[in-house]
Structure formats: C-alpha cells, structure tokens
Design a protein around this ligand. Structure first.
Ligand code: SF4
Length: 300
C-alpha cells in the first residue's frame, strides 16, 4: 500500500496522507486494502468522444479520497457501498464490459486504489483505452505509477480557491494538488487524439461541474487551464449539479444551477478561446442521469 516501501503498509497514496494501515482499518477514503466495486456497465452520458454509440465501460469504485458534501454518488463514495473483488475478478469484470462492445474502460473514482490498479492494468494489458476518471485530488508520485497504463485522463478541476475547497470537500489544498496532477497527466498523455469515428484514443479532458453560487470558480479554473495548457486542450463544463446529502442544507449549493449562471460561465469560457469544449444541456440535471448502484456487472 502507499507510495512508501512495501514493508510498510501505511497509506500515503493521496494528499490526505492518512498513514492508515489499510490491512487493519479503513482510511479517510472509507476502504481498506481490497478493491471494492459498486457497478460496471456501459454508460452513455459521458462526453461524446468517450461514450460514442456503444457506451463507455464504467467501473465505479467504492469509497473516495475527497468526499465532497454534494457528492452525487453518496452511498458509493461516503458509505463505500460495493463488493470486494480480487485482481482476477476485476479482470473478469473488464472482460465482460469489453465483450459488450464498449469503447473504453472508464475507471471512476479510482485514486485510492492506484497502486492496486496499476498492478492490475499492467497484467491486463487492455485492448481498449483505459480512462482514469478522478477528482483530481491526487499526488504526482502516485500518478507516475500509471504512466503508459492509462490512455485518457479525465480529472475534475473542482475549485481554484481554498475557501470553497475547504467548505465543500474539506481539502483546503485541493488546487495545489489538482493543478500539479493535471500538469502531470498532460505530460503523460498529451492532448486528445480521436480515431476515425471521433472516439478518443488518448489524451487529457478536464471537467468542471459548475456549482450554484460559485461560478467564479469555473472562470478561475478555466483561466488557469488556458494559461497553463495547450489551447487545443479538451474541457467539459458540466451543469448537472443536483443537491445531495449535506448540500441540501448548505446555501447556495442547496439548489440547482440556474440557466443564467451556466450561460454566464459558458460565455466567459468561450471568450477565453478554447477550441474543444463540451457544454451540457439543461436536461443533464435530471437525477435519472445518475446510475443505480446495484452491483450490476460486478456479481459475475
Ligand atoms: S488513499 Fe485513503 S487511506 Fe490512503 S492516504 Fe488517501 S484517504 Fe488515506
């Protein structure tokens, strides 16, 4: 476990640096040493270059090292709902998805399993692109374990300022880590390359879910991206926020994003001159876009 010597089992995989012995108990991320998965199924609501016509092969991992108050997958991330799987069983889960014809393997919230997943991916040698779909709250040294094993990085860049990062995710240092992580991801995979059908083969796509009452974070995040990454960088500006969990009692994030807020963000981002932007329609804020976590695809 961890990025330390193998003889120690204290976990320092992510910026939380719990130093938890995950063979004995769970860390901040709510999981121990075993990989836990809550759902594995084709998903059709990712960005078009990932979902295509056959879907993105999402594998939702249990637990989370960030733990946002507004998490849309609360039972999964905070309560670590899911089933423990061995490395071989996880490879069978991957096989079953690939048999369904998915365009890629999309590892969702994988950060706290990085050392285990690096081992699995090395052995598995996936025939389709592997996506690392993370919160961005990651260490560069941990990401280095994934070099040449991950084809597409799909991180969030959730906050620029430390105040909302602390208030909503208990991670005052979020941007310090996430910005360094994104630069490392760019170094590893570069900008997006598409195949002849418009499906991503490799590259970095940065997501940001616009939070109600916090549109300045979107503008600051994408201004930073514009200054620090190539102009052809792919970005995805999400409007699917729905208040969940504690967020229901935390104004201003106790409501959905207004159409006006999203329009302001969209105009400001377009003015920054990005060439490759995904924007979402208003329908994206329907809860039906959030999958059921019922062990589909895991109980093989
Ligand atoms: S991965 Fe989990 S146990 Fe390890 S440092 Fe991060 S939160 Fe703590």
């Amino acid at each position: 476990m961890g990025t330390e010597e193998k003889s120690t089992v204290k976990c320092s995989v992510c910026p939380r640096n719990c130093m938890t012995d995950r063979t004995l108990k769970t860390g901040f991320c709510s999981v121990g040493e075993k990989i836990k998965v809550a759902r594995a199924a084709p998903h059709f609501w990712e960005e078009p270059c990932l979902s295509g016509e056959k879907g993105s092969g999402t594998v939702f991992f249990s637990g989370c090292n960030l733990g946002c108050v507004f998490c849309q997958n609360y039972g999964l991330s905070h309560d670590a709902f899911g089933k423990e799987v061995t490395e071989k069983e996880l490879m069978k889960v991957f096989d079953a998805l690939i048999k369904k014809g998915v365009h890629n393997l999309n590892l969702v919230t994988p950060t706290h399993y990085a050392p285990m997943l690096a081992k699995v991916l090395k052995e598995y040698n996936s025939p389709v692109p592997v996506i690392w779909n993370s919160s961005g709250y990651e260490k560069v040294e941990t990401l280095k374990m994934l070099e040449s094993l991950v084809d597409i990085y799909l991180p969030d860049l959730k906050y620029f300022d430390s105040a909302p990062a602390l208030k909503y995710s208990g991670a005052e240092d979020y941007f310090e880590y996430a910005s360094a992580a994104v630069l490392e991801m760019q170094r590893q995979v570069g900008t997006v390359e598409l195949d002849e059908n418009g499906i991503a083969k490799s590259g970095l796509i940065i997501r940001h879910m616009v939070l109600p009452g916090n549109i300045s974070q979107a503008v600051k995040v994408f201004s930073w991206v514009r200054e620090n990454l190539p102009e052809e960088t792919y970005i995805s500006v999400m409007r699917q926020y729905v208040p969940f969990g504690k967020a229901k009692e935390m104004p201003p994030i106790d409501r959905r994003l207004s159409a006006r807020e999203y329009l302001i963000v969209k105009q400001k981002i377009l003015a920054l001159g990005f060439e490759n932007c995904y924007f979402q329609s208003g329908e994206a804020a329907e809860e039906s876009f959030i999958p059921n976590f019922d062990l589909e695809g895991v109980d093989l």
